[in-house]
Design a binder for this molecule. Sequence first.
Ligand SMILES: Nc1nc2c(ncn2[C@@H]2O[C@H](COP(=O)(O)OP(=O)(O)OP(=O)(O)O)[C@@H](O)[C@H]2O)c(=O)[nH]1
Length: 333
Amino acid sequence: MNFLPQLHELLRILNANIGEIKIMHKLPSHEHLQVYFERSDDLFGWFSPDDMLLYANARLRNLFNLSSRDQRKLSFAEIIRDCFNAQRGPLIETDCVDDWLQHAQTKRRSAPHRRFQLDTTDGRWYMVSETCDTAGYLFMHGVDITDLVDRTNDLTQEQRRLRRLANTDALTGVFNRRAFVTAIENHFEQVQRDPACLILIDIDHFKQINDDFGHPTGDQSLVRLTEIFSQHIRPGDTLARIGGDEFALFLRGATGKAALDVTARIRKALQKKPLHIEVADKKFDVCIRCSFGIAFSSTTADNFENLYSQADDALIEAKQKGRNQAVAQAESS
Ligand SMILES: Nc1nc2c(ncn2[C@@H]2O[C@H](COP(=O)(O)OP(=O)(O)OP(=O)(O)O)[C@@H](O)[C@H]2O)c(=O)[nH]1
């Protein structure tokens, strides 16, 4: 297939259209172009207005599973069907190649110039550009961007991992204060329309537990306590460790009664039996009690800070009243 003269002519036209800014003073000869295209790592292809392949360089022939001695005149659709049947070339993730082709045809020649990313069955990625002239000839050029895509994917994963780390309490694996505040603040507008409540939880005399059993046992108690809290909330609720021995629960759609039920269930679970903690082959039975401060989004709290401060006041009251109890701010109607 020697279509290089036409390709050469296309480049000459392109060059002439550049106008005043002459980038190329002299066009490469057909022979030069042939060598450049054949040796290039890029994909080069040229299609007629009725979408017959006129020229494909070595790299594109390889992608399309075509031999250099192939004398057949093949249309874009035939090439894609052959690729699909041989599981080579463009990655076509559908059972029906004709649907894929129909979609591709609506895009091909839809603009004088367009660019898209193409992934292939061998796991490579290309940035492909297609340029059409007014007669409908289509010139395609693809650059291998596999390394770039791989590095972008690695960076995206790393970014996710770092975001998770930044939002997670390392000991218990639940949200930390920063993530909790951000999550609730982001939803506060909606929260104000729907009933919701904030419960602040502080362990009673946790210093004593550390002193009696040691810091590692204290740590494990915090982990076990987190599990108990998680068992008593619903999937849409938010649990966070917001300080050393302080936790917060945000219950969406919860009224005063529901919030008091949750705290009652948690207190009952803690009172039922001590936490069995194993640290360095030693077993400890640790009795944990907590105080709870509850505030409601339907009260005068018009932002998260107000709501937090009301829950904090309630928590202080629970501590002052003797601990191991829940105090709720009055819920407005
Ligand atoms: N084991 C362990 N202890 C922690 C951690 N973070 C904070 N603490 C301890 O938690 C204790 C909190 O003590 P305080 O704030 O004085 O309160 P408390 O002893 O719980 O007493 P009240 O809150 O008044 O009932 C301190 O002794 C901290 O050292 C942690 O990550 N692990």
